[in-house]
Structures are given as C-alpha cells and as structure tokens.
Write a protein that binds this ligand. Structure first.
Ligand code: DC
Length: 226
C-alpha cells in the first residue's frame, strides 16, 4: 500500500497494545516507529539514578537544571542515555511505578516534546503515547485512540514482564496500571484524552491481523488509495 508521508499518532491508556500496533504499522508501511513513553521512562530512570525523586514521588526541582545536560535519545538498539542503552532498565516495575509523576511535570513534558517534534518534520512516522494527537502533533493526518478492557491490559503487561524474568503479581500490575491511568488522565499538563478527530480502536478481542486490516481500511477511506 502506497501510504503518503503522514504522521500517524497513536494514543491510549497503558498496555492497550499501542507499541505493538505502532510497530506493526511502521513495518507494514515502511515508517519510523517512535515510542514517546520511552523518553518519559528515560527521564524517570535518570531522576532515580541522580537521587532526584524519593519513595513518596517527591521530585527535587534540581531535575529541571540537570535535564539540560541529559543526552536522551533513540538509537538503533533502543533508548539511550549517551552511549548507554537503557532499553531494559526503563521497562522495569521500578521505573513504571514512578514514571507518571515524572511525566506530569511541565518542564519534563517540554523537554520530551522538543525531542519528539524534531522527528515530525520528516513525516512517515508512527508515534505512540498519551498526548501525541492532542499536544505533540495536533495536525497529525491520522490519529488513533486505543482502548482495551482493564483485565486484558493487566494480563498483557503481566505476561510481558514475566517473559522478561520479572516476578510481579497480577494484582501489583493491575494496581500500577490503575494508578498510572488515573495520574495520566488527571494531570494538569496535557492529560491523556482522545483527540476529537481520533478514530477509536478497542482491541480487547482483536488479533494483530485484524488490527492491521482495520487501519488499512481506514487509510484507504481517508486518503483514497488502494
Ligand atoms: O507508554 P508507556 O507506558 O511506556 O508510558 C510511560 C508513561 O509515560 C505513562 O505512564 C505516561 C507517560 N507518557 C505521557 O505522559 N505522554 C506520552 N506521550 C507518553 C507517555
């Protein structure tokens, strides 16, 4: 399928399968996939390592200044801080449990947004997150808002973590998911919300093949291509 040089923005709650879907779409259309959540996770890891966030999620205001010297970027093997690949570390429950308070800080969002927008200039990207269609790329030509039932989402995240050798309980994962959903959708700056012009995809009972067929149908309809 000959897809034009558009930006595809995919938003939704945690563990709705956004990144799997976004990667699939990127591969199918030859687009670049960008995971905006990875940058929030990278800032969280950085804050933890620098001792700038405590167990009660209190964030030291010194983080703002330190961000100026943070070389957080995507490389071929994933997210990096300088030469160091942090891809595995940013997926742990330790980082997951503090990422939402970090992502609620306006100067952190400004730091991440600046990096994300640099990619938008070229088009042909699929970016997933919480505010891509509303704040980062409000002019994206195709916006998708993903949902799935809470049980399905918790089970997915649990399976993912177990596959990586972590040993959470399903209850812990569900609790973390609910907390993040709450903080993500109630924060003051760019809360998670569906853009008015986003198409909703509930994939609770869908296979990847069905998801792909769904977006192809959407693109054909929107851009009049075969
Ligand atoms: O998609 P994820 O679970 O890796 O995202 C990690 C956190 O980052 C999530 O709790 C909310 C935040 N996030 C955000 O606020 N805005 C985005 N565009 C992407 C992620």
């Amino acid at each position: 399928m000959n897809v034009p040089d558009i930006i595809i923005a995919i938003d939704g709650y945690s563990s709705t399968g956004k990144s799997s879907f976004a990667k699939l779409v990127a591969k199918e259309f030859g687009f670049l996939y960008l995971d905006s959540g990875a940058l929030y996770r990278g800032v969280t890891l950085f804050a933890q390592e620098q001792g700038l966030i405590d167990a009660d999620n209190r964030i030291d205001p010194a983080l703002e200044e330190r961000l100026a010297g943070l070389d957080l970027h995507f490389d071929t093997d994933g997210t990096h801080i300088g030469a160091r690949c942090i891809e595995a570390q940013i997926r742990t429950l330790e980082v997951s449990s503090q990422v939402s308070p970090i992502a609620a800080v306006p100067y952190v969002r400004a730091f991440v947004d600046r990096r994300l927008r640099e990619f938008g200039e070229k088009g042909r990207i699929v970016m997933d997150g919480r505010d891509i269609g509303t704040t980062v790329f409000p002019n994206a030509q195709l916006k998708i808002f993903m949902t799935a039932s809470e049980e399905v989402r918790a089970q997915r995240r649990y399976d993912e973590m177990v596959a990586k050798g972590e040993t959470p309980t399903l209850e812990e994962v569900l609790k973390n998911l609910r907390e993040r959903d709450y903080i993500d959708s109630h924060r003051e700056t760019s809360p998670l919300s569906r853009a008015e012009d986003a198409f909703e995809l509930d994939n609770s009972d869908m296979s990847f093949g069905e998801e792909l067929a769904w977006i192809k149908g959407l693109i054909q309809g929107r851009f009049g291509i075969l």
